[in-house]
Write a new protein. Structure first.
Length: 255
């Protein structure tokens, strides 16, 4: 539990500065806007279905509202997760407190774990606030809660992967702006690489589809728990955290 003081320190910094409030506000506002637009479109489709009963048979609230919401939220995270992680190590390096931190009787892995869990706790809090959306849909219509659970599991794994990449980039620079933009650039590249799969064929198509970081959310949003997608996110998360740990160890050896 030696990571606990690091965790508490980071949580105090998040909520003692505008970071948590700004990120949380904009994330919820944008997610809420997407939800309202999707709900508006669903209501319009429902009105049309009332006049054409055969069309109403294909209307499914989970499929028509929550699945596109999860997909949109996964893209929104591309913009906000770098803001959560960019200062975690970069600011420590800039201010010189990283040397003091590394001299404490705490292992590098425990420092990394404390910061990762703090960023993860903030992210889980943001996701918990979005539970209002499926709750509202469930109040008025029948929702497939299994699909909702897998959708949120996918968002947790996706967000954890984003955070681990952000930690890695933050550990490699002392400029948090550089860390933020570098994280966003890499995550954006891992997102758009999937577009190339539409124009590729054979093995290359398979590789591009697998590397595309947000494409693995599709199964989760459909209510399907595919081991391949879980392994992808856990492996990417572990690999990024491993590289971040090596970056910290290199800093210790360099002094």
């Amino acid at each position: 539990m030696r990571w606990w003081p690091v965790f508490k320190k980071e949580m105090r910094l998040y909520f003692g500065s505008p970071v948590a409030y700004v990120v949380g506000t904009f994330f919820l506002v944008i997610s809420g806007w997407f939800f309202s637009q999707i709900l508006f479109f669903y209501n319009m489709s429902s009105m049309q279905a009332a006049m054409q009963p055969q069309m109403g048979q294909s209307l499914n609230p989970t499929e028509a509202i929550l699945r596109p919401l999860f997909s949109n939220m996964s893209v929104v995270l591309l913009f906000f997760m770098p803001m959560v992680t960019m200062r975690l190590f970069a600011e420590e390096k800039r201010s010189g407190t990283i040397e003091l931190l590394l001299t404490y009787p705490v292992r590098d892995g425990e420092v990394l774990l404390g910061k990762f869990l703090a960023a993860g706790a903030l992210y889980v809090l943001l996701l918990a606030l979005t539970l209002l959306y499926p709750g509202m849909v469930g109040y008025f219509a029948r929702v497939e809660w299994g699909a909702v659970l897998t959708g949120y599991l996918g968002l947790l794994l996706l967000g954890g992967t984003f955070l681990s990449v952000g930690l890695l980039l933050s550990s490699m620079t002392e400029n948090q702006i550089v860390a933020g933009f570098a994280t966003f650039g890499i995550l954006l590249a891992l997102w758009v690489v999937g577009w190339g799969a539409d124009f590729a064929g054979g093995t290359l198509r398979t590789v591009l589809q697998y590397v595309a970081i947000t494409d693995h959310m599709d199964s989760f949003s459909k209510g399907v728990l595919d081991t391949k997608d879980v392994v992808y996110y856990l492996t990417a998360m572990a690999f990024a955290l491993f590289l971040a740990l090596r970056s910290l160890e290199a800093k210790r050896w360099k002094g």
